[in-house]
Design a binder for this molecule. Structure first.
Ligand code: ZN
Length: 297
């Protein structure tokens, strides 16, 4: 068989006067990511307190910072976090930010059945509805690891966009079976604070705890280059990491710099997805590679 030809996403047009876009997103994993990845860690008070810092201390600081900078953000919230910290979720909503879906217990989807994936998706939807009356239009898979079933599950539930793919600098319409498509707002690991700051012995490994000065320098280099290419800059921060004082302060300085660039459209991800949808782009496919059985062990 002839494999389907893959084509790159092309640059898109941005609203009048803008040549690129940026969105500052936050994933409020709190305890859920650790409880899923490291079962039994609910008995580790120190670890749990490290994760609780996000909703308890990081989010209020970051909400104040976003208000000062007049930036509307997107918060991806696992259902478990929403049920444990309902007032935090309501505060985020009251501040005018977008609330989006991020699993229920931050479940990894690799090797998971479609039935289980649907269950995780619906539990997350129910929690956000119950706590904040929110029906999200955006989805980010835990660990940015969607399955080949995810996009159909999202479209069946009325989602507008997905933000998990790493194959492009530009947003696009991702083709989904049945002639449908979902807006894709691509991301990348280098624009995530986890790799810079996360230090959880026995759980995430003992990486370096980087200086915020170095981190912001790296993010700013990528921002300037992406902007010059007319792309979409999506930064992903976790309040239990970037909600710490010096990191939040450095992040605010960076956001201030981005906002002051009048050629860049800074807004929540749903606004960007709505714009992308209005462009009527031709959907592009990312079919699974076909692997000869001789390479399977
Ligand atoms: Zn997460």
């Amino acid at each position: 068989m002839t494999p389907e030809e893959l084509v790159p996403a092309k640059p898109i047009t941005w609203p009048e006067g803008k040549k690129a876009a940026a969105s500052f997103s936050f994933d409020i994993d709190a305890e859920s990511a650790i409880l899923f990845a490291s079962p039994g860690s609910e008995h580790r008070l120190g670890v749990m307190s490290h994760q609780a810092y996000g909703p308890l201390t990081g989010v209020p600081r970051l909400l104040n910072m976003l208000e000062r900078q007049r930036v509307r953000s997107t918060f991806f919230i696992p259902g478990y976090t929403a049920l444990r910290y309902p007032n935090v979720v309501r505060d985020i909503k009251a501040a005018g930010h977008e609330i989006a879906h991020h699993g229920f217990m931050h479940e990894a989807l690799e090797g998971v059945s479609v039935e289980d994936e649907i269950r995780f998706m619906d539990r997350g939807l129910d929690a956000l509805e119950k706590v904040a009356g929110v029906r999200p239009v955006g989805y980010r898979a835990p660990m940015w690891e969607p399955s080949y079933s995810t996009m159909e599950i999202l479209l069946d539930r009325g989602f507008l966009y997905d933000s998990n793919m790493m194959d492009s600098d530009h947003p696009y319409e991702l083709a989904v079976a049945g002639g449908r498509s979902i807006v894709e707002l691509p991301i990348q690991w280098a624009l995530d604070d986890w790799e810079q700051y996360c230090f959880l012995p026995d759980i995430s490994g003992v990486g370096l705890i980087e200086s915020p000065t170095k981190v912001i320098e790296m993010w700013n280099l990528e921002f300037e280059a992406l902007r010059d290419d007319g792309g979409l800059f999506v930064l992903t921060n976790h309040p239990f990491l970037s909600g710490r004082p010096s990191r939040a302060k450095a992040l605010e300085g960076f956001i201030e710099r981005v906002v002051s660039d009048s050629s860049v459209w800074v807004t929540a991800m749903e606004d960007i997805a709505t714009h992308v949808r209005s462009l009527n782009l031709t959907p592009r496919s990312l079919p699974a590679p076909v692997v000869d059985p001789e390479y399977r062990k």
